[in-house]
Design a protein around this ligand. Structure first.
Ligand SMILES: NC(=O)c1ccc[n+]([C@@H]2O[C@H](COP(=O)([O-])OP(=O)(O)OC[C@H]3O[C@@H](n4cnc5c(N)ncnc54)[C@H](O)[C@@H]3O)[C@@H](O)[C@H]2O)c1
Length: 264
């Protein structure tokens, strides 16, 4: 017997859903019966959305949207309303990283990482909340933070600042939206295989020593108490719970999903 699909009748929007963890989240929510809007700055997100629809049988919409551009973000939310007439869950997953010693870290790189990872969460939340308020009885906002919202890693002060910032804005907005019954939480992945992690492995590996591709990541994974890297489904499982009606009494929290890498 198959178990009932947990997200039937919900509309879920995921930013940065063109690849990596965001795509995995979109696939998983679609398999659980949600109508899913996939937003990404890459135009290929439209094809991704079509693939997710045909694999899951759930309706999807792909929207090209750079989360740092307010006009794009407004158009994205308008597209959600035009297609599905409601929004229950916004997952602010889009993120980016660069790795550089302080001497080489430019103001442009600093600003770009803050713009995508932190300002993007603010812009998407601000644009989506009126629609969630009007159309959902159990609104949920879920924001991508990181292990680097627990402890800054070397050569990434901008990324660490951006992810600590996500936790701060999550708490603040959670307080503001609580009377409307909308919960706001953050999630902190540790190491999940993705294009971002391939870049991290390469760049930290180059700067921290003479590591071959995959070696540094393997070394860090050895220190994870549960003994493996995370998967898209590990992250999606947490988000499915936080998005569910059962999680209605949880707000303003940041939850690690990292195999025990961080315990604070
Ligand atoms: N991979 C990990 O181990 C890990 C760990 C901790 C936190 N995270 C966070 O999880 C999220 C997803 O990470 P990932 O590993 O899948 O990254 P990824 O680089 O593989 O994918 C990121 C996606 O976001 C999109 N994106 C980037 N900038 C955007 C913008 N301005 N507007 C819209 N879309 C944009 C990209 O096109 C891409 O599809 C990020 O917020 C990241 O910081 C990842």
């Amino acid at each position: 017997m198959t178990s009932p699909r947990r997200m039937t009748n919900k509309v879920v929007a995921v930013t940065g859903a063109g690849r990596g963890i965001g795509r995995g989240i979109a696939e998983r929510f679609a398999r659980e019966g949600a109508a899913v809007v996939l937003a990404d700055r890459e135009e290929s997100v439209r094809e991704t959305a079509a693939e997710v629809a045909s694999a899951s049988g759930s309706p999807t919409l792909g929207v090209t949207c750079d989360v740092t551009r307010e006009t794009d973000v407004r158009a994205f939310v308008d597209a959600v309303e035009a297609r599905f007439e409601r929004l229950d869950v916004l997952i602010n997953n889009a993120g980016t990283i660069t790795i550089a010693p302080l001497d080489d870290l430019t103001l442009d790189a600093w600003n770009r990482v803050l713009a995508v990872n932190t300002t993007g969460v603010f812009l998407c939340t601000k644009a989506a909340v009126p629609l969630i308020r009007r159309t959902s009885t159990a609104g949920r906002i879920l924001n991508a933070a990181s292990g680097q919202a627990r402890q800054g890693f070397i050569y990434t002060p901008h990324y660490a600042a951006s992810k600590f910032g996500v936790i701060g804005l999550t708490q603040s907005i959670a307080k503001e939206l609580a009377p409307a019954g909308i919960t706001v939480n953050a999630y902190c992945p540790g190491i999940v295989g993705s294009d971002m992690w391939a870049y991290n492995d390469r760049e930290w590996g180059r700067l921290l020593g003479d590591y071959q591709p995959g070696e540094l990541m393997a070394k860090w994974i050895e220190d994870i108490p549960l003994g493996r890297a995370g998967t898209n489904d590990d992250v999606a499982n947490l988000l499915l719970f936080l998005a569910s009606d059962e999680a209605g009494y949880i707000t303003g929290q940041a939850v690690n999903v990292d195999g025990g890498m961080f315990m604070n």
